[in-house]
Ligand binder design. Sequence first.
Ligand code: GTR
Length: 331
Amino acid sequence: MTIHGLMRSTILAGMAAFAFGTSAQAADWRGWNIHPEGYPNTIALEKFAKDVTDKTEARVSAQVYSNAVLGDQPDAIDQVRNGALDFANFNLGPMGEFVPSINALSLPFLFSSVEQMHAVMDGEIGQRFSDDMSNEGIVALAWFDSGARSFYDTQRPIEKPEDLDGLKIRVMNNQLYVDMVDDMGGNATPMAYGEVYQSLKTGVLDGAENNFPSFESSNHYEVAKYYSLSEHLILPECVCISQTSWDALSPEDQELVRQAAVDASAEQRRLWAEQEKTSRAKVEQAGVEINEIADKTPFQEKMKPVYESFYESYPDLQPLVEEIQSTKVSG
Ligand code: GTR
């Protein structure tokens, strides 16, 4: 072969490899979602998937699988970490089992308000959390709202910690929540979200804890008629991408995906504010008794050992917790 012929075949081979490489790179992304159709997070995550598909001109074709059909949350976190799933909306509660610093967010009564949570997460501290997640293979692109979680049960209103005595309360998968409920006086039972309804119905559980939209959409309100406004956890949620899927994108596509997540988060927060009101109204109409807790101090006092043992396990995180607590809400 002449030198020209050699060059030409090398160029042709290169072009073929490029063409093949480009089509091989078109990715089908599977996204995990725990919530049903119509839930604010589902609508926002579907918007994210559509934006990603449209804006990348289907170089990434993203699809959301709702109702936890792809597995329960701890499994899904693990699958995003190892690249078996591409993206998800996760609650940062169960995330703490994988990324220790995230556990700071699960300290009961950490935030003074949802506004303070957003101020923290949308600022420099939130960036530190997403760096820590990224070291564990999970890229957090934007934060969703999840309101405040309160106790609900089938037995009685919870007005003081003693009212939890002997009640079997479902918690999400995280040792911190087991300690939280046990130290308040209840019996904590970690359980997958999808099993709670039946367990409340059959008396395996007496109660659980969640925000109004999830209390309603899970139908737990049909069985648990007392919702007590303890507001003990204000947990952020994320739009998260597997580091493996992220690294396979060009820098331009990464930017498109990031923007889609930021837009989805703005939509989620807007829908969330409405849903909190409609869900609360719906459960009240269905006969749920909503109890204000005039003084939360007795619950907060009981959480001292939870903080102490957290600081013992993670002495490095104490300054971070204090920084969070002293974050001011601007505006
Ligand atoms: C919801 C949250 C879900 C899941 C669920 C639970 O509020 O959005 O991701 O964590 O609570 O209690 O398991």
